[in-house]
Design a binder for this molecule. Structure first.
Ligand code: SF4
Length: 196
């Protein structure tokens, strides 16, 4: 039984699947407490089994997508292997958004998922060898933490400080950093186009 904060259909607004229609499953709970966290993941509104979540996703999608984004909170805070297996069996593409600091049990079906690791300051990720993409979320003047040798795509996303002046500075910082490093800019599309 999974603790779920919410399940909904929308457009992915961040990272490599930006712009894709997807069903989002926001799992409840996280091992970190970032001051900029913009999710209400602490509250578990639903308790659902893996099969119920697949049926819930099918119901939300109504045939418009077969991409599920498993997010949080921190997805690996719960044992999501049965959930991944169930979606995989049902023929869905699976994206996981993680802070990369919790190792799932050995044998996790990495080949069936696309993992986006979003490293957090002071908490170096241990899942870098499994990452398909990295997304740094930064404020004006902040540098990304060291993630060692990594050759995949890197996204920079400005932190939403809920303050237009600060947000402009955060955006310009990430823009310039992305240009300097040859990285990609991720703008929280869902906030720009006003969807969930
Ligand atoms: S790791 Fe993500 S979900 Fe967890 S507190 Fe930080 S921003 Fe929120």
């Amino acid at each position: 039984m999974y603790k779920i904060n919410e399940i909904f259909y929308s457009l992915q607004g961040e990272g490599p699947f930006s712009g894709h229609p997807a069903v989002f499953i926001r799992l409840s709970g996280c091992n970190l407490t970032c001051d900029f966290c913009d999710t209400q993941h602490q509250t578990a509104h639903l308790h659902m089994h893996a099969t119920e979540l697949v049926w819930g996703a099918i119901s939300q999608a109504q045939g418009r997508t077969r991409l599920v984004v498993i997010t949080g909170g921190e997805p690996f805070f719960q044992n999501i292997e049965p959930l991944v297996a169930e979606f995989s069996r049902a023929g869905w593409s699976i994206q996981i958004e993680s802070n990369g600091t919790i190792e799932p049990k050995e044998g996790f079906p990495w080949k069936t998922v696309s993992l986006v690791v979003s490293p957090k300051s002071g908490h170096p990720p241990t899942l870098m060898d499994k990452a398909d993409a990295v997304k740094f979320v930064l404020r004006d003047g902040e540098s990304p933490i060291d993630i060692g040798v990594y050759r995949g795509p890197i996204y920079l996303q400005p932190i939403d400080d809920k303050d237009p002046v600060k947000n402009k500075a955060n955006l310009e910082w990430c823009r310039d950093f992305a240009l300097m490093k040859g990285w990609r800019l991720s703008l929280q599309l869902q906030k720009i186009i006003n969807v969930q």
